[in-house]
Ligand binder design. Structure first.
Ligand SMILES: C[S@@+](CC[C@H](N)C(=O)[O-])C[C@H]1O[C@@H](n2cnc3c(N)ncnc32)[C@H](O)[C@@H]1O
Length: 263
């Protein structure tokens, strides 16, 4: 745990400014849940980033940033607590959200946070990206996040999917299992994230998948963590991908994006 009791207390003022807590550090249940999610997410981010050279500026991209709570926390943690040079680029196609976040960042003097009212897929930068992350970016936004990371050779990609309406699955051999909604949802998530993981592996990323926070704070708690490294592949990712995709008749949008640009 990097977030000690002292750091957690220091964060109370930030959460007050973000209206996640009142002056007495109290908040509604849904806001408490959000705080737990972003603190847990920060722990994972820091476990990847803490070993990077302090001389270099950190460059992060928040994909499907929404109200940017996670990014404000990440920015505050690295700039004020860790005292590191950092910039964060927040992307969301909701223009009014990006405008209000830009105003809030200015008020808080978070000078190196930038806001882009656009589709994730249209974001471009020449900078070397340390980390692309997304939390509950809906539908194909998860695929776009991973694509953005792969295209820019980001050192780390973290993604926690939300709803996945656009993806379909046929599980003929497990028909009896997936007739239960809960199992169908879980299966869809397991197969789609495994397919994405195999695509990431084919692009030089080492992938693991785990629960980043207790399911008490969100049932959408499955994180895909991909780290760019010259690792020794353990499976034939191409063959495994084709087999699994065929078995469940599933094709994540990431496949299409990668095929279009021949990455
Ligand atoms: C459920 S919210 C999550 C917001 C935030 N990450 C959080 O955890 O609170 C999903 C956000 O992703 C944005 N989004 C979804 N697809 C997108 C896309 N293709 N490009 C840009 N933003 C997208 C939506 O506008 C929305 O603000």
């Amino acid at each position: 745990m990097f977030i000690t009791k002292e750091i957690r207390e220091e964060l109370n003022h930030l959460f007050f400014l973000l209206r996640l807590q009142d002056r007495n550090s109290k908040s509604s249940l849904d806001k408490q849940v959000k705080i737990e999610q972003i603190l847990a997410y920060l722990e994972i981010i820091h476990s990847q980033i803490r070993k990077t050279s302090r001389k270099r500026k950190l460059v992060f991209v928040d994909s499907g940033a929404g109200n940017c709570y996670l990014s404000y926390l990440v920015y505050y943690f690295y700039s004020k607590i860790e005292e590191r040079d950092i910039e964060i680029h927040c992307i969301d196609y909701n223009e009014s959200l990006m405008e209000s976040n830009e105003r809030l960042a200015k008020e808080m003097n978070f000078k190196n946070m930038f806001f882009y009212p656009m589709d994730i897929i249209d974001f471009n930068t020449d900078e070397s990206i340390d980390l692309v992350y997304s939390l509950h970016a809906c539908d194909t936004a998860t695929d776009k996040t991973m694509y953005l990371g792969i295209k820019n050779k980001a050192k780390v990609i973290l993604s926690v999917a939300c709803c996945q309406h656009s993806i379909s699955m046929k599980a003929s051999s497990l028909k009896i299992v997936v007739r239960y909604k809960s199992f169908r949802d879980k299966m869809l998530m397991m197969v789609s994230d495994t397919l994405r993981a195999l695509l990431l592996e084919r692009n030089e990323y080492k992938v693991d998948i785990f629960d980043f926070v207790s399911s008490r704070f969100t049932e959408k708690n499955t994180m895909v963590r991909a780290v760019r490294t010259g690792f020794k592949k353990q499976v034939d990712a191409k063959e495994e991908y084709e087999n699994l995709s065929k078995e469940f008749k599933m094709k994540p949008y990431l496949e299409e994006l990668l095929a279009e640009t021949e990455i």
